[in-house]
Design a protein around this ligand. Structure first.
Ligand code: AMP
Ligand code: GLY
Length: 421
């Protein structure tokens, strides 16, 4: 089989490595992929946002199955376009990807179907939003409606922060048309849990839970990033909470999307907050999370491609999806300065003995040499019998990767270890 994977980061590298385990796979094309995954896939220089390019490549190369991983092409209808050419895909169609593509849509969906989430108001008029934050409880949370490269959520600690956020999103159009509408919502507190799930619109099968570390610096300080590391499973996510989430959130969300004639097929990501009065949805993503995928897939015992195809064919109920009982940790090694400005083009060495434990997020070839080419460069991942051993092993992998301005958090998993005590 010829498989096409749209996307080019650490998440895609983790997906590709797992798909490669299936013996019927003859070729994997990554569009665009990155130089660090060249040993695992044929990287083709077509951008993940170039839908015409993706479709014509898939047709021209006899692709049998496509996995669309990033949010933008999913929201823009990449799956619809490929399916129209008869190419089966893993990933939601545009009418379902809207669950991530529009926060106004997802908040209204949750309200309509009684799915627990933060209380909120929607604004399309900056003046009214500014008026509202004069009296609303503080802190408050301001969110651009549309996709904003993960930067469209502002936790406003003061009224002034809230006003600045409204002006920059709605008037200065910091995120373009994504800021035509905004959501202002209640600030929630509690441990955060990421739960990725497979769903074919008939059943939801949650994957092992995980915990992201979004802030750039140790102790959850510094700017928000795409994610500086992950651990799985998340110790806060007990069996009892998992059962509640299934009943109160996962199944109701799948049913709600079906009732809206927007059946979701693919990976539905639940960003949850475990509040005193129960679990609530912070956000939905219409795709695998990054770097969550880098700890979740290494723990998957079942064949990924088989599970993905079962989702496509709506046979998930009769397909086993099993995870190992162990734990995993991924430490992201970034270019110093990320998520602000940073230097690229530094020679990058990954020692042979850890090659199978490193997912490459941002690398390029320059004059035949592998160099850094992004903020997040590597995800150093290890699995082990328990979480303390997985964390220790992941940091050992970090010691075997080298580039000049490398930076990583030293405390990935520390909060989870505290919860275990
Ligand atoms: P996102 O960029 O959508 O992944 O959101 C970034 C982060 O903002 C989340 O991981 C949460 O930590 C935080 N966040 C979003 N909504 C809320 C909320 N209503 N209350 C507290 N924190 C929130
Ligand atoms: N790590 C969070 C996300 O993928 O959105």
């Amino acid at each position: 089989m010829k498989i096409l994977v749209v996307g080019g980061g650490g998440r895609e590298h983790a997906i590709i490595k797992k798909i490669k385990e299936n013996p019927s796979v003859d070729a994997i094309y990554a569009l665009p992929g990155n130089a660090g995954m060249a040993e695992d896939a044929d990287c083709v220089n077509i951008s993940a946002s170039d839908l015409d390019g993706i479709v014509s490549f898939a047709k021209g190369h006899g692709v049998d199955y496509a996995v669309v991983a990033p949010d933008n092409p999913l929201v823009d209808g990449c799956v619809d376009r490929l399916e129209a050419e008869g190419i089966p895909c893993f990933g939601p169609r545009a009418n379902a990807a809207i669950i991530e593509g529009s926060k106004v849509f997802s908040k209204n969906l949750m309200k309509k179907y009684g799915i627990p989430t933060a209380a909120y108001e929607v604004f399309t008029d900056a003046r009214k939003a500014l008026e509202y934050v004069k009296t609303c409880p503080i802190p408050t949370v301001v969110k651009a409606d549309g996709l904003a490269l993960g930067k469209g959520v502002i936790i406003a600690e003061t009224r002034k922060d809230a006003e600045d956020a409204i002006v920059s999103i709605m008037e200065d159009k910091k995120f373009g048309a994504s800021g035509n509408s905004i959501v202002i919502e209640e600030f929630l507190e509690g441990p955060e849990v990421s739960v990725l799930s497979f769903t074919d619109g008939k059943v939801v099968v949650p994957m092992v839970s995980s915990m992201d570390h979004k802030r750039a610096l140790d102790g959850d300080k510094g700017l928000n990033t795409g994610g500086m590391g992950t651990i799985a499973p998340n110790p806060y996510y007990t069996e009892e909470i998992a059962e509640r989430c299934m009943k109160e959130i996962f199944i109701p969300t799948m049913d709600a999307m079906n009732k809206e004639n927007r059946t979701f097929k693919g990976c539905l990501y639940f960003g949850l907050m475990l509040c005193k009065d129960g679990p609530k949805v912070i956000e939905y993503n219409c795709r695998f999370g990054d770097p969550e995928t880098q700890v979740v897939l290494p723990l998957l015992k079942s064949d990924l491609l088989t599970v993905m195809q079962a989702v496509t064919d709506e046979r998930l109920a009769e397909t086993p999806v099993e995870f190992s009982d162990g734990a995993a940790c991924c430490v992201v090694v970034a270019s110093e300065g990320y998520p602000g400005s940073y230097e690229k083009g530094k020679p990058l060495v990954i020692e042979d003995e850890v090659k199978d434990k490193v997912f490459v997020a941002g690398a390029a070839f320059r004059n035949g040499i592998l160099v850094t080419n992004g903020g997040r460069v590597l995800g150093c991942t290890a699995t082990a019998e328990d979480l303390p051993s997985a964390i220790e092993a992941a940091y050992k992998v970090v010691e075997k990767v080298h580039f000049e301005n490398a930076y990583c958090r030293k405390d990935i998993g520390a909060k989870a270890l505290k919860a275990l005590r």
